[in-house]
Design a protein around this ligand. Structure first.
Ligand code: HEM
Length: 138
């Protein structure tokens, strides 16, 4: 009998659980590294730099990853509901990532360091450009 519901691959719940465990571990390990070995995070002083890795990992790795998973995990929910959740996760991801980006540029400015002197920084800019291009294409 046709129920209209898309079949859920048997292994999907395990892959999703694994992805969440991995994502939360990455966030926890980054937080532990910054808290235990780099003095924590703050908007003032040298600790402002530490906001950068933490926000990038939470925003662009964990939350953006989850935003992409929404349509697969909740494949039988109303499209409108999954669209809202997908959009909200992307907005949170973007806001947190922008805070992380502002943190590193502001930290460099206060210290008098040059901007965009590394391959990492240019790859980072490319990540943001592609993120916005992708958003425009949808
Ligand atoms: C998707 C994630 C990330 C993006 C898009 C990104 C982007 C950027 C950008 C654009 C800069 C240049 C800032 C400036 O020139 O003033 C930068 C600097 C920096 N980032 Fe990231 N970043 C990310 C993740 C990380 C992580 C996880 C770490 C550390 C574990 C990190 C460490 C650094 C360091 C040390 C600098 C300063 C030195 C440099 O410019 O290369 N970043 N990042």
């Amino acid at each position: 009998m046709e129920t209209g519901a898309a079949p859920i691959p048997a292994a999907l719940p395990y892959f999703v659980a694994f992805s969440q465990l991995l994502g939360l571990t990455v966030v926890a390990v980054t937080g532990a590294w910054l808290g235990l070995y780099r003095g924590g995070v703050a908007w003032e002083s040298a600790l402002q730099f530490n906001v950068h890795p933490l926000c990038m990992v939470i925003g662009l790795v964990f939350l953006q990853g989850d935003a992409l998973l929404v349509y697969r995990v909740f494949r039988n929910e109303a499209k409108r509901t999954t669209k809202v959740l997908h959009g909200l996760l992307h907005v949170f991801a973007l806001v947190i990532a922008l805070v992380g980006l502002v943190a590193v540029f502001d930290y460099h400015k206060k210290k008098g360091y040059a901007d965009l002197y590394s391959l990492h920084s240019w790859c980072g800019i490319l990540v943001f450009v592609l993120y916005f291009v992708q958003g425009r294409l949808q």
